[in-house]
Design a protein. Structure first.
Length: 438
C-alpha cells in the first residue's frame, strides 16, 4: 500500500494526467482533420466532450447519494443493529458482513458500500462493548466486497447505460437489453459463485487470522432539532408527507415496469435512481430527515462531480481525433474471438486502477471495446460484461471508492488491502472462467 501511495497521486490529478497523456498520444498518432492547428482541434474535441455527459454525471451522483441516504434511514439502521447481535465471534462476523455487503452491493453500489461500512463499524463497537476479540481489518475488507460485484448488479453503469435508448454508443451497438447482460444466465451464475466463494474465503480467513481487542472512538451523531415550527414549515417535519411522496414515486415506477414488452429495457440508470429516490424518502419519512441524510452523503459524491467531465473530455478527444480507431485496431491485433474477453477483462481492470469510475471508464474504454468486438464478431452483451467484471475486480486494489468506508470504520487502506487482494484473486478466477466457458 505504501508503494501505491508513493506512486499514485490523487484521483483528480490522475484524471488531469490522463488528459495530458491522451493529448500527446493524439498529437503523435493521428493527423489533423482540417486547416486549424492540430492542438487547437484537440482542444475543441476535449471541450465538446466535457459537456456531452452532464446528464450521465448527474445520474451517477444521484446513485451514490441516494444509496448512501437509504443506508442512513432508520429502518436500515435498525436492520444493522439486529445483524450486529449475530456477530458473537470473529467467524460469524466475517461471514455476516460479507454476505450482506455483497447482497446490498448487488442491489446498489452506493447502498452496499455505506451499508457494509456502517455494519462493520457497529460490529466493531459491539465487539468492543462485549470484549470480543475480532480481526477488525478483515471486517473492513469484507465490507468492501460490495464494490467487487456492483458493476454486474442492478446499478451497473455500463449495462444500464447501453439498455437506454439514446446512449452515447447507440449508433454502434443499438439498445442492449438487460436480459442479455445483468439478467443473463452467465451473470446470474457468476454472482452466486462469487458470493459463495467470498463467504467461504471470509470464513477461512476469520478462522485462521489473528484476533485483537477493538478500540474505537465514538462518533458524534448529528442531533435532530426539535424546536417549534410554524406554518408551512411543519410539512418538513411531518412524518407522512415525505413517505407519501416516496411511495407515490415507487407506485409510478411499478406502473411503468408492468409493461411486459419493456421489462428488460426499462431498468436503466434513470429507473434505478427513481427506485432509490422513492425508497429513501419512504423510509426516512420526513423531508427534513431525508435532506439531512443527503447532506451527509454529498461529500462522497464530489469525486464524481469533478472527475467525470474530465473523462468525458478524454472521450471527446479520442473519438473525434481518430485515436479511438488506432487503439481499437491495435487491440484487435492482440486478440482473437477466443482470447478477446480475457483481454477486455484484464485491460478494464488495469484502466480502473487509473480511472476509478465505472461510468467514466465506460465512456473512455467502451467505444474501443465495442469497435474491437464488432471487428472480431464477438457478442456485444458479453463485451459489456467483460468490462464490468474487469472494472469491479480491481476495486479491491484501488482504494478510491474505499474512502467513505475508511472514514466510517476508522481503518486505513493498508489495513484492508492484504485481505481485499485475496478476494480480488479469487474473484478474478471466477470471472475469467465465466467469460471463457459460460
Amino acid at each position: 500500500m505504501r508503494l501505491v501511495q508513493a506512486v499514485l497521486p490523487s484521483p483528480f490529478v490522475i484524471a488531469i494526467l490522463l488528459t495530458f497523456l491522451t493529448s500527446v498520444l493524439a498529437l503523435l498518432l493521428t493527423e489533423p482533420l482540417g486547416s486549424e492547428p492540430h492542438i487547437v482541434q484537440l482542444f475543441h474535441n476535449w471541450e465538446s466532450g466535457v459537456w456531452d455527459l452532464l446528464s450521465f454525471t448527474m445520474q451517477m451522483m444521484l446513485m451514490l447519494v441516494l444509496g448512501h441516504s437509504l443506508a442512513l434511514s432508520k429502518p436500515v439502521q435498525r436492520l444493522i443493529r439486529m445483524l450486529t447481535a449475530f456477530a458473537t465471534n470473529n467467524v460469524r462476523a466475517a461471514v455476516m458482513i460479507t454476505t450482506f455487503s455483497v447482497l446490498t452491493g448487488y442491489f446498489n453500489w452506493g447502498l452496499g458500500l455505506i451499508f457494509g461500512a456502517i455494519l462493520c463499524r457497529k460490529v466493531g463497537e459491539y465487539a468492543q462493548e462485549q470484549g470480543i476479540r475480532l480481526n477488525y481489518a478483515l471486517m473492513g475488507a469484507c465490507a468492501y466486497t460490495a464494490l467487487m460485484v456492483w458493476h454486474g448488479g442492478l446499478s451497473g453503469s455500463a449495462p444500464l447505460t447501453v439498455a437506454k435508448d439514446g446512449h452515447s454508443l447507440v449508433a454502434q451497438t443499438g439498445v442492449i437489453p438487460i436480459n442479455e447482460t445483468l439478467f443473463s444466465s452467465m451473470n446470474i451464475r457468476v454472482f452466486f459463485c462469487v458470493l459463495i466463494a467470498l463467504v467461504g474465503c471470509a470464513y477461512l480467513l476469520a478462522r485462521n487470522s489473528e484476533f485483537e481487542m477493538i478500540t474505537l472512538r465514538s462518533k458524534k451523531k448529528r442531533k435532530e432539532h426539535h424546536a417549534e415550527v410554524l406554518g408551512a414549515e411543519r410539512l418538513d417535519r411531518w412524518e407522512w408527507f415525505g413517505r407519501f411522496f416516496g411511495l407515490l414515486i415507487l407506485f409510478v415506477t411499478v406502473l411503468r415496469y408492468r409493461s411486459l414488452d419493456a421489462k428488460y429495457t426499462i431498468l436503466n440508470l434513470d429507473m434505478v435512481n427513481l427506485i432509490l429516490f422513492g425508497l429513501a424518502l419512504a423510509l426516512h419519512g420526513s423531508v427534513a430527515r431525508f435532506i439531512r441524510s443527503v447532506e451527509d452523503a454529498m461529500r462522497d459524491a464530489t469525486g464524481i462531480l469533478i472527475q467525470f467531465p474530465l473523462y468525458a473530455g478524454i472521450m471527446g478527444m479520442m473519438t473525434h481525433s481518430g485515436l479511438l480507431d488506432v487503439f481499437a485496431n491495435y487491440f484487435i491485433t492482440l486478440s482473437d474471438p477466443q482470447s478477446f474477453p480475457v483481454f477486455a477483462f484484464i485491460s478494464s481492470g488495469l484502466v480502473n486502477i487509473l480511472v476509478p469510475s465505472g461510468g467514466g471508464q465506460w465512456q473512455v474504454q467502451g467505444p474501443i471495446l465495442v469497435q474491437a468486438a464488432q471487428e472480431l464478431h464477438y457478442p456485444l452483451s458479453k463485451t459489456v460484461m467483460a468490462l464490468a467484471y474487469g472494472d469491479q475486480i480491481t476495486n479491491m486494489l484501488q482504494p478510491f471508492w474505499a474512502l467513505p468506508l475508511l472514514g466510517i470504520t476508522g481503518l486505513k487502506a493498508k489495513h484492508i488491502l492484504p485481505y481485499s487482494l485475496l478476494f480480488m484473486v479469487l474473484g478474478a478466477i471466477i470471472y475469467v472462467v465465466a467469460l471463457l466457458y459460460w
